[in-house]
Ligand binder design. Sequence first.
Ligand SMILES: NC(=O)c1ccc[n+]([C@@H]2O[C@H](COP(=O)([O-])OP(=O)(O)OC[C@H]3O[C@@H](n4cnc5c(N)ncnc54)[C@H](O)[C@@H]3O)[C@@H](O)[C@H]2O)c1
Length: 457
Amino acid sequence: MSGLTFAAARAERKTLLPRAPLVQTGANGMNIAIIGLGYVGLPLCLQFARSGVRVLGLDIDAKKVSALNAGRSYIQHIPAGEIKKLVRAGKFSASTDFAKIKSVEAVLICVPTPLKKNREPDLSFVLKTGKSIAPHLQRGQLVVLESTTYPGTTENELREVLEKGSGLKAGKDFHLAFSPEREDPGNPKSKVAEIPKVIGGFTPACLAAAKKVYSRAIRHLVPVANCRTAEAAKLLENVFRGVNIALVNELKGVYAAMDIDIWDVIAAAHTKPFGFMPFYPGPGLGGHCIPIDPFYLAWKARQVGQETRFVELAGEINRAMPERVVAQVAKALAAQKKKLRGARVLVLGLAYKANVADDRESPSYVLMNLLKTRGAEVFYFDPHVPIIRKTREHPHWAGTKSVKWNRQTISRFDAVLISTAHNAVNYQQLADWSPLIVDTRNALAKCNVAPGKVWKA
Ligand SMILES: NC(=O)c1ccc[n+]([C@@H]2O[C@H](COP(=O)([O-])OP(=O)(O)OC[C@H]3O[C@@H](n4cnc5c(N)ncnc54)[C@H](O)[C@@H]3O)[C@@H](O)[C@H]2O)c1
């Protein structure tokens, strides 16, 4: 539950008069720290540094820190050249030393917000980060949480650890805000600076401080009433995607039973110039956001005695997709008088989305597990993931290597299951080489294919 009622929050804000900041913007301009140098934090560091702000990147992973200081990138779609340039220019450096927070104007937190085994929110990374910041927190500094989370986290859980560890008061001694990241990894058209940034402050003065910092690097700022509203907006965005993907996933089966192709239907509906937005079906949800964030909302809703039936139903439909896809693989093989048990099946695309190397929560792993359980011999091909790293959820695949892309290799599989359609794959070659393809992404739409060879799923 949120710690403040609206009336109490309004009354409290009026009484909060931020004192003059003790941390001054240095002669060389603004200094900020960004904690968590992953898919969200690193691009944000680079955008601020590009805009002339001096950025200190903090992470507990010493390997990432030394890679960045040496000008190397560990995220495939972020070029090392850009990191090197900004490090050399003295605009960006990385460290594991949280004491350096003392000298910055603002601290932005971009650490993971996963789920626990029981699928409840795991705030441990955020709280641990808050505890690491607190002893170094100075009067006048701004702390912003960017990690996706349920409404109330910033003004309750995070505020409490910051206040307890520093002896300072949010809204009075230091500024506190929430501003969700809207990173779209792998989309070359998506530029951090151009994506409008929603910001909610703990007090109006907190909001003003956050706007001052973000306006240095981001073109459009969207101030909202408070931290809770900003947290809720991020969840709405992701739940919206999850629910609409579930809708087309359900309609895929419904229309297929009527001999109608869902991809043709979406393309036709998409010609409507208003009131329609296309979402596309797939083999199930993946990534660090869409499969996880709805649980944050559902959990918080339960705390306040509310139900999230749309969210639950969408989750149910999306989670059922891999089973349905594997059933389609079995059906397609049966049409060629083959059994799934003993068949050699290649899963194409291991990353959770096209053109990235990020395999977190990828439905491809679920497909590979299901195929293996049904007795198939399972392989994968992914130009962005040459070898499977150790994951908590699927340790048994660690060390497995992507197969080679050539006619001899590809033609030897009984079926190829397209799970993620990277642009780097030559689909016409696949259509020419493979005897049977199950396509969950409509990747072969523009290819010449022999009749009966491609099954949509
Ligand atoms: N990846 C996306 O596309 C995306 C998009 C929007 C929002 N988000 C949200 O942004 C947040 C971060 O996601 P991400 O994808 O960047 O995660 P990530 O795993 O790529 O990066 C997180 C980084 O935080 C570091 N870290 C963990 N605990 C730490 C601690 N206590 N102190 C310092 N560093 C610590 C990790 O070492 C890692 O480098 C999550 O809340 C996520 O939901 C992600």
